[in-house]
Design a protein. Structure first.
Length: 338
């Protein structure tokens, strides 16, 4: 589906660190980690996004500051998996009921965590909105679970567990995010509306939530809006890149988990969707955002495409910690306090 033909060109297109005009591809990752959160996964993140040189530890990060300034519940389990935990940032002045913004982190499905996701909470919790950072089991655990045979699972993934549920498998990550929303609805009845926000791989997972058949679950989350930032909506092109070295996806798995291929007709109460893309995202990332927004619109969804000037794949999301940032302002309008 991608117009990019050569393997090397695809590698470049899906290496976000190669497209920033403000910093080189090695420095940009250090800067991103410094703004967002912890350094435990920085080596994996740098490799996954195309950086090569060694990095130095980042200074105290945005998530640490957010946790110190808000009422929180950390590491709340929504399932039994190692990564199935939530961080909840409660609003400063909660009303009887309150809306929730659910943030799904990026990292090419193989690094970062909910512990890197609290940096954007302060501007919203100060306005009466709860923010939930979702954890999920990232790859490479899924390398033991090729779609061709569940029996290939190793001790990391017990033989009694279908491959689609093996931790780190793309099917499992999608299911975990869906289940996290079901948990929130069942656990916190005061929630008044759920708003999704995902960056990069997190935008892909949020888009997969929009394609969910909720009849398979015990409750239906009231999803009122979604902000999808610099996402990947068709996974087939990355089958031919270094990204899939860790994910180990087959073509079948990639197709099954490509939101572009599973756009459902909008229902009357369908949520509003904002697809945001950076001026300095790669042409492939920009193409995917444009085509996915067009597919949603053709299916009757209320969707807007926001092309943000002067930002790259990283600071497009980092700036959510700033009150004056346009995407922060859009988020505030999209997630009404009352």
């Amino acid at each position: 589906r991608s117009p990019v033909a050569s393997p090397q060109a695809l590698e470049d297109q899906y290496s976000p660190s190669r497209w920033s005009p403000r910093l080189d591809r090695d420095t940009i990752i250090d800067a991103h980690l410094a703004v967002t959160a912890a350094g435990g996964e920085r080596g994996a993140l740098r490799a996954s996004l195309g950086a090569t040189a060694p990095c130095s530890p980042p200074p105290p990060a945005g998530t640490e500051r957010a946790r110190a300034s808000a009422q929180t519940l950390l590491h709340v389990p929504y399932g039994s998996g190692d990564g199935e935990k939530l961080d909840i940032y409660f609003p400063t002045d909660p009303s009887e009921t309150f809306p929730v913004l659910v943030y799904i982190h990026g990292g090419y499905w193989q690094c970062l965590s909910k512990d890197d996701s609290g940096f954007a909470a302060p501007p919203l919790v100060s306005q009466g909105v709860a923010v939930v950072a979702v954890g999920y089991d990232i790859a490479p655990k899924g390398r033991c679970c090729p779609a061709e045979a569940a029996a290939a699972c190793t001790a990391q993934c017990p033989p009694t567990l279908p491959f689609a549920l093996c931790p780190g498998h793309m099917d499992a990550m999608v299911l975990q995010v869906r289940r996290s929303l079901v948990f929130l609805v069942e656990r916190y009845p005061r929630i008044r509306g759920i708003y999704l926000c995902g960056h990069s791989a997190g935008a892909h997972l949020a888009a997969m939530v929009l394609s969910t058949d909720w009849t398979e679950f015990p409750v239906v989350p009231d999803i009122k809006g979604a902000v999808l930032v610099s996402g990947v909506y068709d996974l087939e092109p990355i089958l031919h890149t270094y990204v899939n070295d860790v994910l180990n996806m087959s073509r079948e798995v990639a197709q099954r988990n490509s939101p572009m291929r599973h756009v459902t007709p909008a229902v009357p109460a369908a949520c509003e969707v904002l697809v945001a893309v950076a001026q300095h995202d790669s042409p492939e990332f920009r193409r995917q955002s444009q085509e996915y927004s067009q597919a949603l619109r053709a299916a009757g969804w209320s969707v807007s495409l926001l092309d943000l000037a002067g930002v790259d794949h990283f600071d497009i999301i980092e700036k959510l910690s700033e009150d004056s940032y346009v995407l922060t302002q859009v988020g505030r309008r999209a997630v009404p306090r009352q």
